[in-house]
Design a protein around this ligand. Sequence first.
Ligand code: TYD
Ligand code: MG
Length: 455
Amino acid sequence: MAKLKTTYFCSNCGNESPKWMGRCPACGEWGSMVEEVVRKESASKMGDTRSFESVKSHPQTLGEIRAEQEPRIDMHDEEFNRVLGGGLVPASLVLIGGEPGIGKSTLVLQTMLKLGDIRTLYVSGEESARQLKLRADRLGITNENCLIVCETNLDEIFKHIRNTSPQLVIIDSIQTVYSELLESSPGSISQVRECAASVLKFAKQSGTPVILIGHITKEGSIAGPKVLEHIVDTVLQFEGDQHYMYRILRSIKNRFGSTSELGIYEMTPSGLREVSNPSELLLTQNHEGLSGAVISAVIEGVRPFLIETQALVSTAAYGGNPQRSATGFDIRRMNMLLAVLEKRAGFKLAQKDVFLNIAGGLRVNDPGMDLAVISSILSSSLDMAVERETCLTGEVGLSGEIRPVNRIEQRITEAEKLGFSRIVVPANNLKGFKSKVKIEIEPVKKVSDAFRMLF
Ligand code: TYD
Ligand code: MG
């Protein structure tokens, strides 16, 4: 029997190497090289056999290239359109990654059903046609222009595409698709890479946009979207906490738009609902007079919203090691804020348990959240409530100084819109700031200034 040709791929970055190595030379990850079987002739033959339709290319001058832009496809979903940078670009390859069960299939199916007269083909390798039908019934939308096929063989998928000539193709998921030219199993790095590369070629040559779905696991991915990130035009991540109903669609890479965009959805029994005003949802509970709860004006993506942070500080039980835990906020950042509180404001928290929670299961990366976090910890520690009419924004530096945040006007306007009467902001943000808002603006330079104002 002829010896099978094998090669090694880094499961972290997809780097290929003829021999095994303990450490990937490209990304520096240890123990990430995995063996993959490749058919000997595949590398040279693959290019012409599996391509969708070969077109001869010829060099042109820039002047000869036509630059008029084809209109983007309107996804009939404001959040989705925004994250894509204003709709789906023709001939683009979009990857939607996320943990299993988060709602990726629901998102693409409902978007596709809402597309109206655009012919779409949904290729499912994960669910049966019956399951998809049940899901569509649950969503309550019907559309005669949507075709469903359950198939995992790449050549067969291309055949279906040729026969139905759809205007949008969805493949759910890329980990289930395989090419017969490779011997490795579906979901392996080489299969995922090769299938994605073929689909990319199809998208570019036919002008048809393709949406790929990819799973990532909690431990980071094996043959997951990481490997694909370099191949595709746009990477969107669908995330959220399974126990909460909010889902966030985040743009991680986008050749046709900004990566700071964010789409917010709510998972309901009848599909995903667009959340156009997140603040109202995140501020529903009334915690008047409760210590430890503080509202912050943050910016995620380019959208401002107000979010509640809750802290609970209590004496460490039985004199053991104090516990520190944070949900929705970086725990290292919280520890830094605790150190600032101790060193710059003189509050001793070394023997205290500190628990922090951001409302709604959202994960906030905006440093403007710092001031609210540090104030909520102090509020709980002192058992003194912060006025419900006040919200805060500001980054906290190591010396206890309040550093300026971006888009201050947007934050202030959002707070005013939601009926807050006072907002605490970094003093440095107000240089040359002119605005006709009615909300009372309180500039602060140091954490101690803010504490004096709040407590
Ligand atoms: P799914 O789209 O299958 O996730 P993924 O494709 O990312 O693996 O979504 C799975 C979850 O969504 C499942 O637990 C049920 C829930 N769900 C709803 O709550 N409402 C709905 O209308 C639908 C279709 C699903
Ligand atoms: Mg799915």
